[in-house]
Structures are given as structure tokens and as C-alpha cells.
Design a protein around this ligand. Structure first.
Ligand code: HEM
Length: 470
């Protein structure tokens, strides 16, 4: 390609900022994702920003973003700061590993979360769905206004903890557990530290840094005790080598081949909790945000559930494939409200993508959400229309670009928990629609996007109205 066609980063546009601090003061709000979206409106799909001299490229171009995601692990990695912060917290797992080390971590993680294993874990999902259904039945009898985000969080916490290391919690029924309280301290602090311009905690420990250290120690103690127990169980019961009953056992069995240290096993179990809880529960909350405003869609999910399975809950994994409309509902909610609206990458080498010269060490923010609601990618892009996800389902298909959806990431590092997450969401949504209508108890415009560790609907309050069974 002639050099004259190449674009240097310094030639990219930039939103208005201050000379010394750059764009930091504007970015340093709690809803960073919305600041980025505003800048995309102001500067277009590709621009640069700087925080006190440190430069970042921001891309909202789906083609550009897909290419970068696919060039991992060789040409791109996650922001090195993510690894730095997680390692400092003692976490060394698949999310922050890079290069060959990442390949070593990825294989057993992906296998443990494979379709075959999600099938094995299905009884856990079934039990927890039953448990939360009973709770919602009580709420509906008492006409309780439900903070669904909190309830869905309890649902995914109980499932993820049991699948990750066989720890049976009952957060759904408010059985208090200090384990979860510690995680609630840790997760937001990871986000805060990854996006902090200055690592204050390394020079001076504030109250919240001390609380974090304390929570990390407690979690470590619990997980290491589980590692010891699982080792003993496997030694006593060789059958578990063929059919491990949770992720931890699967890692220990894999250990013969992959040879993880206990610290790496701890890192991966922790990563599973970190990656699997908020993402899934917040996606469920966004689904509820739309269902509570679209009773006609609830009826369609219900019809599908009544046609497909007879009991309260799909009692076998085999039903999941058939729940196509419930699946379309989850996909549509994730298109409009992805819980991870942006991803952070860094180049490992000099690369040219779509004429842009990206030198080694460039930090790039992939803004994926904007493209998911653009009218050249989707007809009627701001409307909640699950039918667009059904093959041959509607005229929406003339303008439908699923390849721009990056809610689960992309390339070799796409989310390995996607299948598990979809199964949890489809089962719960189908079950709830079979039993209830949903009434939004607040005005939709008061429900705001809030980004902490992931993006969730703030102030979502719903009542559950029982439907008469046919
Ligand atoms: C709706 C729910 C979920 C969403 C939206 C989601 C989203 C994502 C995204 C965007 C990434 C980054 C992908 C990339 O860099 O290309 C990711 C990575 C990851 N997710 Fe998920 N996730 C969800 C559920 C889960 C669950 C249930 C688990 C496991 C229990 C899980 C485990 C992981 C792991 C281990 C990674 C790191 C993969 C790697 O670096 O190779 N996720 N997820």
C-alpha cells in the first residue's frame, strides 16, 4: 500500500480536552461508557484521547474492532494494566494471561464450559431456577415490589459458585454468606483500579483498600480449602477423573496435562466467579427491563414455553434448543444493552489495520455498543424486536448485521462462558414468562444505565403478577 494512504494516530481527531489533563476530567465520571458514546457522536468512529499525556485510540468501527479481536493473542492483548491489577490481587487466570500462557489456561477453561459440560451442570441451573421461581411466587402473592437486579444477582451467584468449585450457597433465599459479601467488595474495586489514573493504593492504603485486602484474604482462604478438599476427593474417587462434577475438579484432572500450580487454579476459579456473575445477572435485568414494557412479547415467550414443556421449568437440557423465541429475546436485549459495552486492548507489535498505523504498545478502547444500534446495521435499531433474530422471521432481515454484535467479545478470546450464560438466561426467562406478567413500578425514563464492573439498569423495580395456568 502506498505510504500516502496510511494514517498516523497523531492525525486522528480528538474531542475537546484540556492541555495538561487531557480528557481525564470528563472521563472520570462513574458512567465512562456514556462519555465514550458522546465522543463517538462528536468525532466519528475513530479518534484519540489522552489522560495526562497517556494516549488512547478509540474505535467504534465494527470491522476495525473485529479485525483487532481476531489478531489475538499474537498482535493484540488486553490492556497490560488489567493483568497488573489482577496479579497484584493474587489473580493469575485465563482472563489476564497472555500469549502461550493464555493458550495453556484457555484450553481447560473452554473445555470445562463446553456444551457437554453445561449439559452436566443443568441440574444446578434447574434447582436454582426452581428456588427463585418459588421466591417470586411468594413475592407475587404479597404484591412485593422486586429489585430484580439484586434477585438475579443471587441466582447467578448461586449457580456460578456451585459450578466453579462445588460450593452450595443459598443467596437466593437470603442465607447470609460472607463469601458473597467479600466478592461484592472486590469486583467494583477491580474496575476502579483498572481505570484509576494514579495507583494511590500503592503509596497510601485508604479504608477501602484495607477492606479489599481483607476480603481478598478471606476469599483466598475459602478457595484454597476447596482446592485441598477436591484433591482428596479425586484421590479417593477415581471416577471423578472421567466425570468431574465442577470446574475446580476439571482443572485438577486437567492438571496432569496442563500442570497448573495451586495459585493458577485459584486464579482460574476466581476468574470464573468474576466473569460469570454480574455479566449474566445484569443481562437478565436488561431482559426484564424490556419484558416489563412489552406484555405482547411476554405472551409469545409464554406460548412457546406452554407448547414445548409441561412442568413449571424445562426439566431437561434438551429443551434449550427449542426455546427459540426466549433465545431471540435474550439476543435482542444484549444487542441494545450489552453489559460490556467496551473492551480494552493493547498492541504487541506494529500493525496496520484499515490503513491506520498502530505502533507496538498502543492502547485501544473498542467501543462496541454504538454499532449495535446503528440504522445501517439494523432496521428500526432502537426498538426491541426479538423477531429479527428468528430465521426468516420478519422483514427486519433485509437489514440485519449480527456480526457487529460483540456482547461476548470476539476472536479466539471470545467469552467461553457464553453457552452457560445463554442457558441460564433462556431457562429463567422462559420459566418466569410461563408464570407471570411483569409490571414496571417506576417510569422507564428513570431507569438509567449504570456502569460499575459491568453495565446494569439502575432503579429497575418490577412486580410479578401470576398468570392463570391453562
Ligand atoms: C451474559 C453473560 C456474559 C457476558 C455478556 C460475557 C461477556 C464477556 C466478554 C465481552 C468477554 C471478553 C471477550 C473478549 O475479550 O473477546 C468475556 C470473557 C470471559 N468470560 Fe464471559 N460473559 C458472560 C458470562 C460468562 C460466564 C457465565 C462465564 C463463566 C462462568 C464467563 C467466563 C469468561 C471468561 C473465563 C473470559 C475470559 C476469556 C479469555 O480471556 O480467553 N463469562 N466475557
Amino acid at each position: 500500500m502506498p505510504d500516502s494512504q496510511l494514517i498516523e494516530i497523531e492525525k486522528l481527531k480528538s474531542p475537546k480536552g484540556t492541555f495538561l489533563l487531557g480528557h481525564l476530567p470528563q472521563f472520570n465520571t462513574y458512567n465512562k461508557h456514556q462519555v465514550l458514546e458522546r465522543w463517538v457522536e462528536e468525532c466519528g468512529e475513530l479518534f484519540k484521547i489522552h489522560f495526562v499525556g497517556k494516549e488512547f485510540v478509540v474505535s467504534a468501527n465494527p470491522d476495525f474492532n473485529n479485525k483487532m479481536l481476531r489478531l489475538r493473542p499474537e498482535s493484540f492483548k488486553r490492556f497490560s494494566k488489567i493483568d497488573e491489577i489482577l496479579k497484584e490481587m493474587g489473580v493469575d487466570g485465563v482472563f489476564n494471561a497472555e500469549g502461550d500462557k493464555w493458550k495453556r489456561h484457555r484450553k481447560p477453561t473452554a473445555e470445562a464450559l463446553s456444551v457437554k459440560n453445561v449439559n452436566t451442570f443443568y441440574p444446578i441451573i434447574f434447582d436454582k431456577t426452581k428456588s427463585i421461581l418459588e421466591k417470586f411466587k411468594n413475592y407475587s402473592q404479597q404484591k412485593t415490589v422486586v429489585d430484580v437486579q439484586k434477585e438475579f444477582m443471587a441466582f447467578t451467584i448461586d449457580i456460578t459458585t456451585e459450578i466453579a468449585f462445588g460450593h452450595k450457597l443459598d443467596t437466593i433465599n437470603n442465607k447470609s454468606n460472607s463469601f458473597q459479601k467479600h466478592l461484592e467488595v472486590i469486583f467494583p474495586m477491580i474496575n476502579e483500579r483498572v481505570t484509576a489514573p494514579i495507583p494511590i493504593w500503592r503509596y497510601f492504603k485508604r479504608g477501602k483498600d484495607k477492606t479489599l485486602d481483607n476480603s481478598l484474604k478471606s476469599i483466598e482462604k475459602v478457595i484454597y480449602a476447596f482446592i485441598d478438599d477436591a484433591k482428596k476427593r479425586i484421590a479417593e474417587n477415581p471416577k471423578l477423573k472421567e466425570q468431574p462434577s465442577n470446574f475446580l475438579e476439571a482443572l485438577l484432572v486437567e492438571n496432569n496435562e496442563v500442570n497448573f500450580t495451586d495459585k493458577e487454579i485459584y486464579g482460574n476459579v476466581f476468574t470464573m466467579l468474576l466473569a460469570g456473575e454480574d455479566t449474566t445477572s445484569n443481562s437478565l435485568s436488561w431482559i426484564m427491563f424490556y419484558l416489563a414494557q412489552h406484555p405482547e412479547i411476554v405472551i409469545k415467550v409464554r406460548e412457546e414455553a406452554r407448547t414445548l414443556y409441561s412442568g413449571d421449568i424445562p426439566n431437561d437440557y434438551k429443551y434449550i434448543d427449542g426455546l427459540k423465541y426466549a433465545n431471540a429475546v435474550t439476543q435482542e436485549a444484549m444487542r441494545l444493552k450489552p453489559t460490556t459495552p467496551q473492551l480494552y486492548l493493547e498492541s504487541n507489535e506494529d500493525v496496520i489495520i484499515n490503513n491506520l498505523c498502530i505502533p507496538k504498545g498502543t492502547s485501544i478502547i473498542l467501543q462496541n455498543k454504538v454499532a449495535q444500534t446503528q440504522d445501517h446495521h439494523f432496521s428500526n435499531p432502537d426498538s426491541f424486536i426479538p423477531e429479527r433474530w428468528l430465521a426468516g422471521g420478519c422483514p427486519m432481515h433485509e437489514n440485519h448485521a449480527p456480526n457487529v454484535i460483540r456482547a461476548f467479545g470476539g476472536g479466539a478470546r471470545y467469552c467461553p462462558g457464553m453457552h452457560l450464560a445463554k442457558t441460564e438466561m433462556i431457562v429463567l426467562i422462559s420459566t418466569l414468562c410461563k408464570h407471570f406478567d411483569f409490571k414496571l413500578e417506576v417510569k422507564p425514563e428513570t431507569i438509567r444505565e449504570r456502569f460499575e464492573f459491568t453495565m446494569y439498569p439502575e432503579n429497575l423495580k418490577v412486580t410479578f403478577v401470576p398468570v392463570v395456568s391453562e
